[in-house]
Design a protein around this ligand. Structure first.
Ligand code: MF3
Ligand code: CO
Ligand code: CO
Length: 266
C-alpha cells in the first residue's frame, strides 16, 4: 500500500472528522483539573462522541495483536512519564503539578480525525511547562515544512532540530501517520530525519504530526498492559498532535481548535 491522495469528497469528510476531534478537546478542557480521574475524562469523551457527535471513538478495541489486547478505552490519557497510549482509569486521579496529554481520535462517516494536546494540572514546575511549550513548537516547526514538493524528512529534521536546541530528546519508537479511512495509513511520519530525504509531499495527502519529546533520554518501554509507553528513565514526556492536509500552497490543519494560533505566526 502506498500513500493515498484524497479526493475532494474525502477531504470534505476529513475536515468534518478533524473538526469533531478538535471540538472534543474543547469540550473536555474545562473538566481537566486536580482531583478528576482519567477514567471520568474517558467517560465524558466517550459519551460526547457517541451521543452528541454521533461518531465512533476509534481507539476503543483498536490494535489487537497476538501479544496484546485491543485498546480498552475511548481516549488515551498519558500523565507525566507516560509517553503515549496511557489507559484511562477510574482510580487514576489528576494531582497538582501533573502534565497530561489527551489524545482523541473520532471516526465519522468512515473517516478519522486525530489530535492531542497537553494540559498543565494546577501549579506545574517550570521545566514541565517548558517541555510542553517546546513540544508544541516542535509540532508547529514540523507543520511549517508541509507543502507540495517538500520531503517527508524535512518534517522530522525541523522537529528534532528544535527539540535538541533545548536539550530535549525525540522519541523514535512512535511516529505520525497517514490517516483517512484507516486510523493508521502510510506514510510513517518520523519526528527525526534528514532534509531532502524520503518521499515528496503531494497535494491531497493527509497525515498526522505528533512529536513526543522527553526531558531526559529518548528511550521508551511498554508496560505489562501491552499499551502504556513510559520513558525508561521515568522523566517527563510531552506530546502534541494535529491532522494535516497538504494543500496547493502549504498545509491546512484539520484539527485546529477555536482560537488556536501558531506560536510562530500567531
Ligand atoms: N491516537 C494515537 C495516535 O496518534 C493512537 C492511539 S492507538 C490506541 O496515533 F489504540 F491507543 F488508541
Ligand atoms: Co496519530
Ligand atoms: Co492521536
Amino acid at each position: 500500500m502506498s500513500v493515498v491522495i484524497k479526493t475532494a469528497e474525502e477531504i470534505e469528510k476529513m475536515r468534518i472528522a478533524g473538526r469533531l476531534a478538535a471540538d472534543l478537546l474543547e469540550m473536555i478542557t474545562p473538566h481537566v483539573k486536580v482531583g478528576v480521574s482519567t477514567g471520568e475524562l474517558d467517560t465524558l469523551c466517550h459519551d460526547y462522541i457517541v451521543n452528541v457527535q454521533q461518531a465512533i471513538p476509534a481507539p476503543l478495541n483498536y490494535g489487537m495483536t497476538a501479544t496484546r489486547p485491543g485498546f480498552p478505552k475511548s481516549i488515551c490519557t498519558s500523565v507525566n512519564e507516560v509517553v503515549c497510549h496511557g489507559i484511562p482509569g477510574d482510580t487514576k486521579f489528576l494531582k497538582n503539578g501533573d502534565i497530561l496529554n489527551l489524545d482523541v481520535t473520532v471516526k465519522k462517516d468512515g473517516y478519522h480525525g486525530d489530535t492531542s494536546m497537553m494540559f498543565l494540572v494546577g501549579d506545574v514546575s517550570p521545566h514541565a511547562k517548558r517541555l510542553s511549550k517546546i513540544t508544541r513548537e516542535c509540532m508547529y516547526k514540523g507543520i511549517e515544512q508541509v507543502k507540495p514538493g517538500a520531503y517527508l524528512g524535512d518534517i522530522g529534521a525541523a522537529i528534532a532540530k528544535h527539540a535538541h536546541a533545548h536539550y530535549f530528546s525525540v522519541v523514535e519508537d512512535f511516529c505520525g501517520h497517514g490517516i483517512g479511512k484507516a486510523f493508521h495509513e502510510e506514510p510513517q511520519v518520523l519526528h527525526i530525519g534528514k532534509k531532502n530525504t524520503g518521499i515528496q509531499l503531494k497535494e491531497g495527502m493527509i497525515f498526522t504530526i505528533e512529536p513526543m519529546i522527553n526531558l531526559g533520554k529518548k528511550h521508551v518501554k511498554i508496560k505489562k498492559d501491552g499499551w502504556t509507553a513510559v520513558t525508561k528513565d521515568r522523566r517527563l514526556s510531552a506530546q502534541w498532535e494535529h491532522t494535516i492536509l497538504v494543500t496547493a500552497t502549504g498545509a491546512e490543519i484539520l484539527t485546529l481548535r477555536t482560537g488556536e494560533v501558531s506560536p510562530f505566526t500567531g
